[in-house]
Design a protein around this ligand. Structure first.
Ligand code: ATP
Ligand code: MG
Length: 619
């Protein structure tokens, strides 16, 4: 048996022994990348460095990264796809390449001090070649050298050919899947090589094509080494990169599964306590029927993702847009599955599962432990909201469906406006409406829904234009002072309300400061007075406001506040105000706190779910 903790440690230790610096998991929410809502792989937060920027930790990096893949949501419930999972990764930034990457992957997998996997259970894929690039002969050679260490003949199986019991076939060239291409038109790209584990050698030799064996779950992908070798040009030609990179990703849950003799990510120590709790809550047994198993898997996966998303460094709360909407979808899908299991609990049940997740991961990911109360509060609220609307929404759904008539030769289609009404009025994510419809043999007019959704979005976008622009529009003296006041304010709020408070947005004009922060309850008059008092005390002490440039590591070591992860490489500015505040920030600021005058909170109100807003002035 190997547990998740041990695998994380072994992985990092192994790559450390090969000269890699261990870096922390970046936030689940990508920095400066509006094209994706969540980090889907370890490389995401490292893109600037893979594009050539230098990384302060060096040219060899390793980490364990939290990932969310919403694209895999419909696959959750199968044996190997999760929405939230952990990815172990190692990188070479223009340093080592295929030879070392493959050698170390093999050593980590088979070495007795490491995973000690029987090499006869390993199969690898490589890039077959196409009109853009040739077959990855170099990787083939590297793999053959590795397998030869165990006197294993590793032959290349021609693409598409059935394995037919040939035990020497171990290397499988494949087309598209083994080419890591740029997301856009141009950018770094190259071949990749994936490692698969035979989960059931007792069933005899492999017989089908490699794809057939993958689809039959006989072999499972656990690790992928990507070799960024070329830069794709606008004219679609590929020129070799001056600095070639290696980017690897090993799925933690899948690896734990195979190392413990199962082909199923859910049948591991990672999920066992979650199913145990679900069994308690529902009085049903995991594995009792296909439906129950599927429901429990979806709940466990989605609530695990929920915990990590709300508890992230950049904590997201349920909403109707962006990452908040994904979160809402995950929670509501889990709740609907809970209904299927007849889980009844007047005071909500999702928090019971969330507690188990926080317990299991709090040590490794302290951010979720630190936000424990906040996470519980948020899921309680969301569940309560949803429970109220679910019943009414289902009635509404039924009422609308009754009036619909079946067109000749077509199923009954629910118009887009109705799907949107369910979304807008009852908070039914479209996927949920689709699922309920499917269960009743109905369909949704999805393009119609999209149209309604866009109409609505355009309206709300105009209304919120100009909000949360971040930064300061003009650096007038008053705005600088208010900016400094914001630092003192967050420090005071953390003292008065607790360490869970973090900045969620701020907007400063010459007249006032508007500051949003994570907190669920309305502040009491005493708390407001206490906050004002602390800020004014810091002003009275007339601290010099000191700006220093530091590396993130230094800033972090000194306990500076701000978002740390995924910004390595940059020197950051750290602003210090006495012993009250130390924050990473771009500035600018006043020069002494004494310049700020008198701080006064003019309003405290709700901003969005789990976020409060303070308006304040300096008099
Ligand atoms: P698959 O084809 O099985 O979906 P993938 O090719 O999408 O996998 P990669 O993008 O290469 O996977 O990710 C690297 C590793 O991360 C995989 O080898 C696997 O171990 C793990 N992984 C990928 N997607 C998931 C997921 N949805 N749940 C759990 N682990 C995953
Ligand atoms: Mg995939």
């Amino acid at each position: 048996m190997i547990a998740a903790n041990e695998l994380r440690t072994k992985y990092l230790e192994f790559f450390k022994s090969k000269g890699h610096a261990i870096i922390p998991s970046a936030s689940l929410i990508p920095e400066n990348d509006p094209t994706v809502l969540f980090n889907t792989a370890g490389m995401q937060s490292l893109v600037p460095y893979l594009m050539g920027e230098s990384h302060p930790a060096g040219v060899r990096l390793t980490d364990v990264q939290k990932c969310v893949r919403t694209g895999d949501i419909d696959d959750v419930g199968d044996n190997r796809h999760l929405t939230f999972f952990e990815m172990l990764g190692n990188w070479s930034l223009g340093d080592y390449f295929k030879k070392e990457a493959i050698e170390w992957s093999f050593e980590f997998l088979t070495g007795q001090d490491w995973l000690g996997i029987d090499p006869t259970r390993l199969y690898v894929t490589v890039f077959l070649g196409n009109e853009n690039s040739t077959k990855d002969e170099e990787s083939i050679k590297c793999w053959q050298e590795q397998f030869a260490k165990f006197n294993i003949k590793a032959e290349v199986c021609p693409y598409g050919e059935k394995i037919n019991g040939n035990k020497d076939y171990r290397i499988f060239p494949l087309p598209e899947d083994n080419w890591w291409g740029p997301a856009g038109e141009t950018g770094p790209c190259g071949p990749c090589t994936e490692m698969f584990y035979d989960v059931a050698p007792e069933k005899g030799a492999l017989v089908g094509t490699f794809d057939e064996e993958v689809n039959a779950f006989r072999v499972m992908e656990i690790w992928n080494d990507v070799f960024m070798e070329f830069n794709k040009q606008t004219d679609k030609t590929f020129i070799p990169l001056a600095k070639k990179n290696v980017d690897t990703g090993m799925g933690l849950e899948r690896t734990i599964a195979v190392l413990n003799g199962t082909n199923n990510v859910f049948e591991t120590e990672i999920f066992a306590p979650l199913f145990k709790k679900l069994e308690e809550l529902s009085g049903k047994k995991y594995g009792e029927s296909k439906e129950i198993t599927r429901a429990m898997r979806i709940i466990a996966d989605h609530l695990r993702a929920t915990t990590f998303i709300i508890g992230d460094q950049k904590g997201i709360t349920p909403s109707n847009v962006g990452a908040g909407y994904v979160l809402r979808r995950l929670m509501r899908r889990a709740i609907v599955q809970g209904n299927k299991l007849d889980i009844k609990n007047e005071n909500g049940w999702t928090k019971e599962i969330i507690e188990v997740v926080i317990n299991a991961y709090g040590e490794v990911y302290p951010e979720i432990k630190n936000s424990h109360d906040f996470i519980i509060k948020m899921v309680e609220e969301e569940e309560e909201k949803f429970a109220k609307t679910l019943e009414n929404g289902l009635k509404e759904f039924t009422r609308h469906c009754e009036g619909l008539v079946c067109k000749e030769g077509e199923g009954v289609v629910i118009p887009g406006e109705i799907a949107f009404k369910l979304f807008a009025t009852y908070g039914f994510p479209i996927e949920l409406t689709k699922e309920i419809a499917k269960e009743r043999g109905l369909e949704i007019d999805e393009p119609g829904f999209e149209e309604e959704f866009k109409k609505h979005q355009d309206l709300s976008r105009t209304a919120s234009a100009g909000m949360f622009k971040g930064g300061l529009a003009d650096f007038g003296e008053e705005t600088k002072k208010l900016h400094s006041a914001a630092h003192l304010l967050v420090a005071a709020l953390r003292k008065v309300l607790g360490e869970h408070v973090s900045q969620k947005g701020s907007n400063i004009t010459a007249e006032r400061l508007r500051f949003d922060f994570s907190h669920t309850e309305k502040m009491t008059a005493e708390q407001i007075a206490e906050t004002e008092k602390l800020v004014n005390e810091a002003i009275a002490k007339d601290f010099p406001i000191i700006c220093e440039e530091k590396s993130l590591d230094e800033a972090k070591a000194e306990g500076a506040m701000g978002v740390f992860n995924s910004k390595y490489g940059e020197k950051v500015k750290v602003y210090t105000m006495g012993d009250v505040s130390k924050e990473i920030c771009g500035g600018p600021h006043a020069s002494h706190t004494g310049e700020l005058g008198h701080f006064k909170i003019t309003k405290e109100e709700s901003s969005s779910s789990g976020v409060r807003r303070i308006k304040a002035i300096l008099e």
